[in-house]
Design a protein around this ligand. Sequence first.
Ligand code: SF4
Length: 474
Amino acid sequence: MFADIKGLNEECGVFGIWGHPDAAKITYYGLHSLQHRGQEGAGIVVTDGHRLKGIRGEGLVNDVFNEKKLESLPGKSAIGHVRYGGAGKGGLENVQPLLFHSQSGSLALAQNGNLINANDLKHQLEMQGSIFQTTSDTEVLAHLIKRSGYLTFKDKMKNALSLVKGAYALILLTETELIIALDPNGLRPLSIGKIGDSYCVSSETCAFDLIGAEFVRDVEPGELIIINDEGLHAERFTLSSSNAMCTMEYVYFSRPDSDIEGINIHTARKNLGKVLAREVQIEGDVVTGVPDSSISAAIGFAETAGIPYEMGLIKNRYIGRTFIKPSQELRERGVKMKLSPVRKVVEGKRVIMVDDSIVRGTTCKRIVRMLKEAGAKEVHVCISSPPMKNPCFYGIDISTHEELIASEHSVEEIREIIGADSLTFLSVEGMLEAIGRKGYGKNCGQCLACFTGEYPTEIYPDTLLPHEKELNSY
Ligand code: SF4
C-alpha cells in the first residue's frame, strides 16, 4: 500500500480470536497482516475468563509489541486493532481497543469505520453527565452500551447499535464473550475464520492465511454475532440492511491476497485494468503501475492492450515513521524518497502509467514529472477508478471537497495540472463490471459515494464543515 503518499488513508483494521491458548500471539500476527490499514497505533486486549488486560501504543505493531509484552497478556481470547489517526485524531488515548472497567464487568472495543452521528450522540450524552476520555467515536458506543436500560448484554448492544449511524465493523470483548457487529450497510469488510476449534474474526481474509486459519464466511450487514465457550450464535440487530461495501476496498485499500465477499482483490484490480484498457484504447510502448496498489491493474491493462508491462517505478520499502525527511531544497534537487523511476525502462518511450486513484493530484504530478525527467517521451495517465469528487464520511480521511482535485477541476484541467500527455478515468459502469459483484441489487451492493455523491446513509449536518453543509443542502 502507498497510503502515505496518496493522501488517502484507511482508518483501521480489527482482529479477534476466541478460545486459543496463544490468543495474544495469534492476534499480534493477525494485526501484522492488517498493518497496511493503519500505522499510527496498535493494541491488544485479552481475557483469561475473569478479567481483561490490554497493552496499546503508538506506532507499528512491531514498535508496540515484543515477546515479553505478549507473554504478559495471558488468556485464551483476545481482540486487537491497528489504527490510522483519522476521526478521533492521534494520541495514545485514542489507540484501540478501548478498555473500560465497571462493577458489572469490563468491556473492550475495537472498531473500523466512522460513526457519522457520533458528535450528536456525544453532545446528548454529555448533557446527561457522561465524561469522555478520548475523542474517538468508539467511546460513544461504550457509553451507549453501558447506559442502556436493557437487562442482558446482547439487548444493551442491540439498543446501542440502533442509535448509531455510519460505518462500523466492530468487535467487543468481555470476560466471557467475543461480540461482532457490522453496520446495516456493511461498509467495511469483516470476515470470520476458524483455526482448529477457535473462531477468529478479521477486517481482511489475508490475516487468516498468515495464522493458518480457514475462512468460514463474511459477516453480513446488520449482523450481531456472539462467540463464547458454547460456540457461535448469529442474529440480526436490524432488518433494514442493504449492502453498500466500500468500493475503495477493492480499488485501493485491501491487500491483493484478501477476498471480499468471494472476490479476490488482485483479480478485481486486474479486471479494473482490463476494462480500463478497453475503454481507453490508447497507444503506448510500455505500461507501468504505481506500486504497490496499482500493479495488479497495470498488469490487467497491459494484457488487454497488448502492450508490455514493465517495472517503470520502484518503491523504496524501508522508509520508517522516524525517517528524516529531506528538506524542500533537497527535494527540489531531486532527492526522491518514496518512488524511483527505472530510467532504462522509460527512456524514449511512450509510457502508460496506471494508477488506482487521484486524490489531491500532488503525488500524480510528482510521478509524471519523475518519469519525464527519466526520459519518458510521453506519459499517459490511466486511472482504474472514476474521478473522486465527494468526501467520505465512513472512515477514510477525505472529509472535505477541497482535498479532492476532481471536485473542483475537469479531467482536462487535472491533466494540465499533473502535466500528463493524456488522462483517462475508468467509468462507474466499467468499475462495477470489473469488480463483478453479482446479485446485490443497486450499485452491485457497493458504496459509490465518493464518485457519484450518492451516499448510502443520511448525512448528518455535524459531519460536514460549514461550506459543505451548503453543498449538501440541495
Ligand atoms: S465514500 Fe468512497 S471511500 Fe467512502 S466508503 Fe464509500 S466508496 Fe468507500
